[in-house]
Design a protein around this ligand. Structure first.
Ligand SMILES: Nc1ncnc2c1ncn2[C@@H]1O[C@H](COP(=O)(O)OP(=O)(O)OP(=O)(O)O)[C@@H](O)[C@H]1O
Length: 288
C-alpha cells in the first residue's frame, strides 16, 4: 500500500531525507517517530504529493507519487502538521463541505457529518463558529473531517499535539476504527506511548535516515533489561545496570530486576526508553 525505495529530498545543500526504503501493506498503522528535524513531515509531504522527491521513488495505493499524483490525491486524506479548519465556518459546515469537495452527495455528507461530529464529541458545538472553539476542538474538527472522508490511506501529521487526554483518546479511537475499516494510516508523532498504543510498524527517522523499521514491541525488546530506575541528580552505579541513558542530571538505569533507590522512580521499560537510548545517544535536537 505504501512503498518507498531509496527516497531522498534535498533542500539547498542539505538532505532532509536520504535513502528511505520501506513497505507497509493495507490496513496497517505506521507511526513515524524521530526527533525535531528528523524528516517526518518531509516524508509525509512527499507521500501526499505536496513535495517532489529529489531521488528515489514512492508509491501509495499503487500510484506513483510524482507521475500519478492526480489519481493518488483522490484516494488519500491528510491532516497536515499545522493545519487549522476554516475559522468562520461551524464544525458542521466544515465537515459537510469537506465531504462535498471529496465527491459526497449533500444527503450523504450530512449523514456522515452528523455521525462523526457525534463520534468526535463535537455534536454540542456543531453550530458554533470554529473561531470561538478551543485549539483542541479545532484540531478535532479537522481530524473528524478527514476521518469522515473514508479514504484508503490517511495521513495524520502530529494529530494529537496540544490535545487534552480525552481528545487524544478520541483521535486514537478514530485511528483504530480507520484500521478496522481496512484503511492504511500514517501517523507522525513525538509521543512514544501513542506509537506503542496504535502502530503495527514504526519507522524511526533521525537526520533524514531510517534508524529502524519494526513493530513497536520489537523496538522495546531491543532495550536492555526489563525495568528502568530513574534517578535525578544522584549516582546509581551500584545498580549493575545493562545500559544508562543520560538526560541532563537525570540518569536512567536499565536493569533486569527492579531495585529500590531512595528518591528513584522504578518502572517497566517502554518505547520511550528505546528512543532515549537509541536516538538520545546519536540524535541532534535541532529546534528544541
Ligand atoms: N521547505 C524547506 N526548506 C528548507 N529546509 C527544509 C524545508 N522543509 C524542511 N526542511 C528541513 O528538512 C529537515 C527535516 O524537516 P522536517 O520538517 O521534515 O522534520 P520533522 O521530523 O517533521 O521535524 P518536527 O518534529 O520538528 O516537526 C529539517 O532540517 C528542516 O529544517
Amino acid at each position: 500500500m505504501i512503498l518507498c525505495e531509496n527516497l531522498g529530498k534535498r533542500f539547498g545543500s542539505s538532505w532532509a531525507l536520504r535513502g528511505v526504503t520501506f513497505e507497509v501493506g493495507r490496513g496497517v498503522v505506521l507511526a513515524v517517530l524521530g526527533p525535531n528535524g528528523a524528516g517526518k513531515t518531509t516524508l509525509v509531504r512527499i507521500l501526499t504529493t505536496e513535495l517532489a522527491p529529489t531521488e528515489g521513488r514512492a508509491q501509495v495505493a499503487g500510484f506513483d507519487v510524482v507521475r500519478e499524483a492526480e489519481k493518488l490525491r483522490r484516494v488519500i486524506a491528510a491532516v497536515p502538521q499545522e493545519a487549522r479548519p476554516i475559522d468562520f465556518l461551524t464544525p458542521h459546515e466544515f465537515v459537510v463541505s469537506y465531504l462535498l469537495l471529496r465527491g459526497y452527495s449533500l444527503k450523504e455528507a450530512k449523514r456522515r457529518g452528523a455521525e462523526v461530529l457525534k463520534q468526535f464529541g463535537l455534536w454540542d458545538v456543531r453550530n458554533r463558529e470554529i473561531d470561538t472553539l478551543s485549539g483542541g476542538m479545532k484540531r478535532r474538527t479537522l481530524v473528524a473531517a478527514v476521518f469522515a472522508a473514508e479514504a484508503e490511506v490517511v495521513f495524520l501529521d502530529e494529530p494529537t499535539t496540544g490535545l487534552d487526554v480525552y481528545s487524544r483518546r478520541v483521535v486514537w479511537n478514530a485511528v483504530v476504527e480507520l484500521k478496522r475499516r481496512g484503511a492504511t494510516v500514517v501517523l507522525t508523532t513525538h509521543y512514544a506511548e501513542e506509537a506503542a498504543a496504535l502502530a503495527d510498524w514504526v519507522l524511526v527517522l533521525n537526520g533524514g535516515r531510517v534508524v529502524d523499521f519494526a513493530p513497536p514491541a520489537k523496538l522495546v525488546e531491543s532495550v536492555p533489561g526489563k525495568y528502568v530506575v530513574e534517578i535525578y541528580g544522584r549516582d546509581g552505579t551500584k545498580l549493575n545496570s545493562l545500559a544508562v541513558a543520560e538526560v541532563g542530571d537525570r540518569r536512567l538505569y536499565y536493569v533486569e530486576t527492579p531495585a529500590y533507590v531512595e528518591g528513584a522512580v522504578v518502572r517497566p521499560k517502554s518505547l520511550e526508553d528505546y528512543i532515549l537510548l537509541k536516538i538520545g545517544a546519536v540524535g541532534g535536537h535541532e529546534g528544541d
